[in-house]
Ligand binder design. Structure first.
Ligand SMILES: Cc1cc2nc3c(=O)[nH]c(=O)nc-3n(C[C@H](O)[C@H](O)[C@H](O)COP(=O)(O)OP(=O)(O)OC[C@H]3O[C@@H](n4cnc5c(N)ncnc54)[C@H](O)[C@@H]3O)c2cc1C
Ligand SMILES: NC(=O)c1ccc[n+]([C@@H]2O[C@H](COP(=O)([O-])OP(=O)(O)OC[C@H]3O[C@@H](n4cnc5c(N)ncnc54)[C@H](O)[C@@H]3O)[C@@H](O)[C@H]2O)c1
Length: 466
């Protein structure tokens, strides 16, 4: 390997080309900075290459399968319905290729230099890039660490086997699993169970901890899973799994009783381990927490004011939603702009059938924080648009503080909830009161009217409510 003595000079170096890194790069460059971005694998990171885009494409295919099964209610007949995994995988590759081209075109437009290789810090103003045959050094004035995190399986199922899947491998499958056991209690596990069931797999969904939703939402989700013939095993822990050539047997322990399930595949949720160890952070003096994540300020600074960190490598975040926001803030701060991020109103979305969305406080968490709360509820079964589209399952909840009428939270399951949540996020950010939601006009007929009537029901003013 050739190690150069010469050190290239850049105003800003970004390490990691995922959503956090490339948003930081483009915002800094738009504001006049000379930027280089170092990426060891593929621009776009996990989100674009093997996360958000792949999983949402599969969820969309699942939605179309469920919708297609209902075509006859609309007078449409199709002779047969089948699913071709290779066609979906081909579409996935095309979408990823096109989106990657788009991101690279934007980086080029703003003259962001793309450097392929693995970065390690050499000093608090110098970084080295390992590129196989050479090792280049770069001097920087400011840097952003956006190296993300690695999805890591629990020790009990850490062995590599074609029948054990996780968030990194599930959406790369070449064939539809005959029977998929999904074990996990996060949004990714719920999406996996819902998606593969709709695509045609038999699904067993097992989880230990509570699902991350409001109790009314969880109840409706579990009812829908039952309706879709997903077998649910609650409050259980995965004890052991034995993969074989043709199947996999998994032992669960519920209430001291053992239960075994044999299936074709097991999907397991993972925890995230930050991609910090190989960065040699000691060389630049950036601190990490006990898990290795890099703590940041509301302006995305680390303990070294000229070094910023964004996205999954920082505590709290596990969503591209947050990486994108933090990336923009880092880019703007480096150029001297006033910019901040605040985790107060981060939308949490699960692309299940039906979709789930939440932001802010639940009634229970608001009461724990000492609020006297009002709860507005509206069932999609009373919404006209839900009736005509045959998507009547679901419930919309809005939480407000009784004393001030200020909106504190939103929880929903049902068609349209992913669109409604943007109104909820804005309401929270603006400190809106129920009248700010109930005063304006809403398109009719539309799912949005369920958001309106949930807000109206805070004061028993909803018309379509018995
Ligand atoms: C199945 C799945 C579904 C998901 N769905 C959603 C969703 O619907 N909505 C949502 O908001 N989020 C979703 N996520 C989460 C989302 O993918 C992540 O939150 C997001 O990718 C984090 O962005 P990031 O830029 O912080 O890190 P990453 O996307 O992980 O990017 C980090 C980049 O840094 C590079 N890198 C690491 N170390 C170095 C180094 N030393 N030198 C050079 N380069 C380096 C990596 O190669 C990588 O490209 C999903 C994730 C998965 C797995
Ligand atoms: N980007 C980040 O900052 C980030 C990301 C993840 C975790 N963390 C932090 O790391 C710490 C550890 O988090 P965590 O381990 O609770 O992850 P987690 O809460 O993110 O768990 C993710 C999923 O893995 C499942 N899971 C966890 N342990 C399991 C096991 N032994 N067997 C089967 N499934 C299992 C959970 O049920 C869940 O579905 C926490 O403090 C958390 O805040 C930070």
């Amino acid at each position: 390997m050739v190690v150069g003595d010469f050190s290239h000079e850049k105003e800003v170096i970004i390490v990691g080309g995922g959503p956090g890194g490339y948003h930081a790069a483009i915002r800094a460059a738009q504001l006049g900075k000379e930027v280089a971005i170092i990426e060891k694998n593929a621009i776009g990171g996990i989100c674009l290459n093997n996360g958000c885009i792949s999983s949402k494409l599969f969820a969309e295919a699942a939605k179309r399968m469920r919708d297609a099964a209902d075509l006859s209610s609309f007078g449409v007949t199709a002779s047969s319905l089948s699913f071709d995994m290779s066609a979906l995988q081909e579409r996935k590759e095309t979408i990823i290729t096109n989106l990657t081209k788009g991101v690279k075109a934007l980086l080029n437009k703003y003259h962001v230099e793309m450097i392929k290789g693995e970065a390690t810090f050499l000093a608090d103003n110098q970084i080295g890039v390992e590129r196989g045959e050479s090792f280049e050094k770069y001097q920087f004035e400011q840097a952003v660490i956006a190296t993300g995190a690695t999805y890591t399986r629990p020790d009990s199922v850490s062995m590599e086997h074609k029948r054990i899947l996780d968030p990194s491998t599930l959406y790369k499958l070449k064939e539809l699993p005959e029977h998929l056991i999904v074990y996990g209690s996060d949004y990714q596990a719920v999406e996996a169970a819902s998606t593969f069931s709709a695509l045609g797999s038999q699904v067993t969904f097992a989880y230990k901890d509570e699902l991350p939703y409001d109790p009314a939402v969880t109840k409706e989700l579990l009812r829908l899973m039952k309706k879709h013939k997903i077998k649910v095993i609650k409050e259980t822990s995965l004890e052991e799994c034995s993969p074989g050539d043709n199947d996999i047997t998994v032992s669960f322990l519920s209430d001291s009783k053992e239960k075994t399930v044999t299936a074709s595949h097991l999907y397991i949720s993972c925890t995230q381990k930050p991609n910090t160890p190989s960065l040699r952070l000691d060389a630049c003096g950036v601190n990490t927490d006990e898990y290795g994540f890099i703590p940041i300020t509301p302006t995305t600074e680390t303990n070294q004011p000229h070094i910023f960190a964004v996205g999954d490598v920082t505590p709290n975040s596990e969503l591209a939603v947050e990486s994108i926001k933090q990336g923009k803030v880092a880019g703007e701060r480096m150029a001297g702009e006033k910019s901040e991020w605040d985790p107060y109103a981060i939308p949490q979305v699960t692309h299940a059938i039906r979709p789930i969305a939440s932001v802010g406080l639940t009634a229970e968490s608001a009461r724990k924080e000492g609020f006297d709360v009002a709860v507005g509820n509206f069932s999609l079964s009373a919404n006209g648009y839900a009736a005509l589209t045959n998507k009547k399952e679901g419930v919309i909840k809005i939480i407000s503080e009784k004393k001030t009428d200020v909106i504190l939270g939103f929880q929903a399951i049902g068609e349209g909830s992913v669109e409604m949540i943007s109104q909820a996020v804005q309401s929270l950010e603006m400190g809106a009161r129920d009248e700010d939601i109930t005063y304006p006009f809403y398109p009719h007929p539309s799912f949005n009217e369920a958001w309106l009537e949930a807000a109206e029901s805070l004061k028993n003013k909803a018309v379509h409510r018995v």
